[in-house]
Design a protein around this ligand. Structure first.
Ligand code: PLP
Length: 475
């Protein structure tokens, strides 16, 4: 191996690779350009590897025995071409037990919502036409009445996400004027949504009142002036303050706002429409409670606790909602027909709370009984034991999380399948194999143990999960 250049010369050219039967075959059913790219990239990866040996006096044994035959490289290129031809964004199995998982697409939709998307995707629809009069209608009308029914609000408007809802609300109500917020509520959600920054972008000036841990009603009153446009209350959805703390309740703040004829805007984040405490979960403020307590506008996400598509929902006073709808930015932040379809179908399920609990995946997953989780974990463990060698498998008690920055303190008791390879492969390698598998599986790794939480796995995914774990184990 004195001369790596000799090896470089042995590398087959692209044309040569493309004449290999395996690649000719791939070109029959995959886009030609992807097969070509795959061949080029495979050759270039080999070239790079060989160049790495260029300056070495004693190249590694593996370099001496490197096989550069076209058939070998073509096999690799074929595998790469298949990978390139597959979808980048794809379904996976969430075995983490984190129910609202932002990086994994937050939440799966109810089947009614999926059917509704399918229906408007396949057909023309009455998106912006009134079927009663034949005149032009508003896309918002499909959702407004339902949202008002469910929340007790006068009016509603839906935009792209809750960050957009807050931004648009502040811009419409307060650009060039002042908004008063408690210092204890200047939160960051998910790294990119920060109240002070959203506020600055909206053109409203942030007037901070109180301290990090305590804010009183008199703090708000002290800063009111002619240029005050609104009070903003932000639900600190992703963290909890304990100890020596004070926050002003919505009712109190609403009456102060009323006294000065200022609107009170409340950003509730998660969007809970049903009382969680009935299921042993910490109580979260309900949208309808904030409206009753006197908030003039409430904003929340469509894809957190609501269990619907990504959306930002604004409900509240009719005059304020129409101000928001008329704002230029409303057009830029408007939702598409798929979102409207999925949101309408999801909201309709809430008309009957029993249906909502059964049919909306986020609620089904949050309220599944521990006994069911135990039965499913034991069944998974048994099936996995039949497929894996050199493994320790046990079912242990554990905790699932709500996730998505919602209910950070909630600990949902669950049963986990804990897997530990005894020899041959490292747990971290299995995790990586699972991530790259088909379908990919995402799970928790804790002290060398792979933890599978049945809470976020549908029963019909179990066979695929077991196959994926078995495949990842054997690699
Ligand atoms: C999640 C959250 C947001 C951002 O909502 P998106 O729908 O992700 O844009 C804003 N405010 C609060 C309080 C939140 O919890």
């Amino acid at each position: 191996m004195s001369d790596y250049r000799a090896l470089l010369r042995e590398l087959p050219a692209v044309d040569r690779l493309l004449r290999e039967p395996v690649l000719i075959n791939k070109m029959q059913h995959l886009p030609r350009r992807l097969v070509l790219q795959a061949a080029q990239e495979t050759i270039s990866a080999y070239r790079q590897r060989l160049s790495g040996y260029a300056g070495l006096a004693h190249p590694p044994e593996s370099a001496v025995h490197i096989d550069l035959s076209p058939s070998i490289l073509a096999e690799e290129a074929a595998y790469l071409a298949e990978k390139k031809a597959g979808m980048n964004l794809k379904a996976l199995i969430n075995a983490t037990g984190i129910v609202i998982h932002t990086n994994l697409g937050r939440v799966p939709l109810a089947s009614k919502a999926i059917a509704a998307i399918n229906d408007v995707a396949n057909n023309y629809s009455n998106l912006e036409i009134s079927l009663d009069t034949g005149e032009r209608g508003s896309r918002q009308e499909h959702l407004e009445k339902l949202l008002c029914d469910l929340t007790g609000a006068e009016a509603a408007v839906v935009v792209n996400n809750n960050a957009a809802a807050v931004f648009l609300t502040l811009n419409a109500l307060a650009a060039g004027r002042e908004i008063v917020v408690s210092r204890g509520q200047l939160v960051e959600i998910g790294g990119s949504f920060r109240i002070p920054e959203i506020m600055a972008a909206s053109g409203a000036a942030l007037i901070e009142v109180g301290t990090t841990n305590k804010t009183y009603l008199k703090d708000y009153e002290a800063v009111v002036n002619d240029n005050t446009a609104a009070f903003l209350k932000v639900h600190t959805s992703n963290y909890h303050m304990i100890g020596f703390t004070a926050e002003v309740e919505t009712t109190e703040l609403a009456s102060l706002a009323n006294k000065y004829r200022l609107p009170l805007v409340e950003d509730l984040g998660s969007g809970v429409l049903m009382d969680l405490s009935a299921f042993g979960l910490p109580a979260e403020p309900l949208i309808q409670e904030s409206i009753t307590a006197g908030a003039d506008l409430v904003t929340f996400s469509g894809d957190k606790m609501l269990g619907g598509p990504q959306a930002g929902i604004i409900v509240g006073r009719g005059d304020l909602v129409s101000l928001i709808r008329k704002n230029q930015l409303a057009r830029a932040l408007r939702v598409d027909k798929f979102t409207i379809a999925a949101l309408e179908a999801t909201l309709r399920l809430y008309l009957d709370p029993k249906r909502a609990l059964q049919d909306i995946p986020v609620w089904r997953m949050l309220t599944v009984l521990p006994d069911d989780l135990q039965r499913r974990a034991e069944n998974l463990a048994e099936q996995l034991a039949g497929r894996l060698d050199s493994v320790s498998i046990e079912v242990i008690e554990g905790i699932s999380r709500v996730g998505g920055g919602a209910l950070p303190a909630a600990e949902l008791p669950t049963y986990l399948v804990a897997l530990k390879p005894l020899e041959g492969i490292a747990s971290s390698a299995v995790v990586a194999n699972l991530r790259r598998g088909q379908p990919p599986v995402i799970l928790r790794l804790q002290q060398d143990r792979l933890l599978i939480d049945p809470r976020t796995i549908r029963e019909e995914e179990e066979t695929a999960l077991i196959d994926a774990v078995a495949a990842a184990w054997q690699q």
